[in-house]
Design a protein around this ligand. Structure first.
Ligand code: NAD
Length: 312
């Protein structure tokens, strides 16, 4: 068995949950990193002690020192502030830009060949920032949002139709924000298009709940944002890369000609394998879907322009 090293930066809710899912899947040796002294080491030690019960054979360690991350094949970046009620993901931009830039510089200095999976919000802009700061080829940097947003949509469709979530397909494109684009036309249950199973009104409710899926959880938790499904989504992407699965997953991938984006990270279906993003698959979009996608891309580009004003 190979033992790829996976670094997870941020040992908060999402980071610790990524470590948990990665350990459970026996994906590799996990190094958890946090600025708070002892936090990563404590959580890692606790998780490592589950190995005899759960039956994983890789190690989980925690540290504040990037020397321990040296030689990482892949790193998941979750460091930064999370939303509180009333905040949008975009409100986190300035503070998280500073945090993510520092984290990425340290990661790449220790592991020049690393592939980065960015989770910190606002994720599309943070992925642009991570690629710029790291100097890595764009295909080695990817953002997590679409797997989560699509999983939320699939969950809501399963609940509305009574189907198993495993049999539900759905795709959410665009930025990870209020302007995300749930693709109803490409949503199905066991291959049967959603429009054949539910009324337009019920479908609209699912679309709206998907767009507000993160905010619904923030409003309930009051002190933080979602972490179980986000952690699972980031680890799904990490597994596709580490095991060269070539899976098509919706994620924030670098697009030039694709979808006419013209150079930005935005949520699209991407094939993930050992090199990171292998390629981007293009749906034929209707005029309405294209307009929604372009509006979403414009929202991401506006955040990237703000990043430039902040000096990134
Ligand atoms: P959290 O507050 O529980 O954890 C964040 C952790 O980052 C803390 O432990 C903190 O000490 C650490 N941290 C801060 N600065 C750091 C630094 N410079 N180096 C290392 N660690 C540092 O927050 P969370 O719920 O885990 O969320 C983390 C981020 O993920 C937030 O920005 C949140 O908005 C984002 N998020 C994104 C998605 C998505 O779909 N992309 C989903 C959920 C959460």
């Amino acid at each position: 068995m190979t033992h790829p090293k996976i670094t997870v930066v941020g040992a908060g809710n999402v980071g610790a949950t990524c470590a948990l899912w990665a350990a459970q899947r026996d994906l590799g040796d996990v190094v958890l990193v946090d600025v708070v002294d002892g936090l990563a080491a404590g959580k890692a030690l606790d998780l490592q002690q589950a190995a005899p019960i759960v039956g994983f054979s890789h190690t989980v360690t925690g540290t504040s020192d990037y020397a321990a991350t040296s030689g990482s094949r892949l790193a998941i970046v979750t460091a930064g502030l999370a939303r509180k009620p009333g905040m949008s993901r975009d409100d986190l931009l300035a503070r998280n830009a500073e945090i993510v830039a520092g984290v990425v510089r340290s990661l790449v200095a220790a592991s020049p060949e690393v592939i980065l999976v960015i989770v910190s919000n606002p994720v599309d802009a943070m992925t642009v920032l991570a690629q710029r700061v790291s100097g890595l080829a764009p295909h080695r940097v990817v953002g997590m949002a679409g797997v989560l947003d699509s999983a939320r949509m699939r969950t809501f469709i399963a609940a509305e139709t009574g189907a198993s979530p495993k049999d539900v397909q759905a795709f959410v494109l665009g930025g990870h924000g209020d302007s995300m684009v749930p693709l109803v036309r490409h949503s199905s249950v066991g291959g049967v298009p959603l429009g054949r199973l539910l009324t337009q009104e019920r479908i609209e409710r699912i679309v709206e709940r998907t767009r507000g899926g993160g905010a619904e959880i923030v409003a309930l938790l009051k002190t933080g944002s979602a972490f179980y499904a986000p952690g699972a989504a980031a680890v799904e992407m990490a597994q596709a890369i580490l095991r060269d699965e070539r899976r098509v997953l919706p994620c924030a991938a670098w697009c030039e000609k694709e979808y006419g984006v013209g150079g930005c990270y935005v949520g699209v279906p991407a094939r993930l394998g050992a090199r990171g993003v292998l390629d981007v698959l293009e749906f034929d979009l209707t005029a309405q879907e294209r307009a929604a996608f372009e509006a979403s891309t414009a929202a991401v580009k506006a955040l990237v322009a703000q990043l430039a004003r902040l000096g990134y």
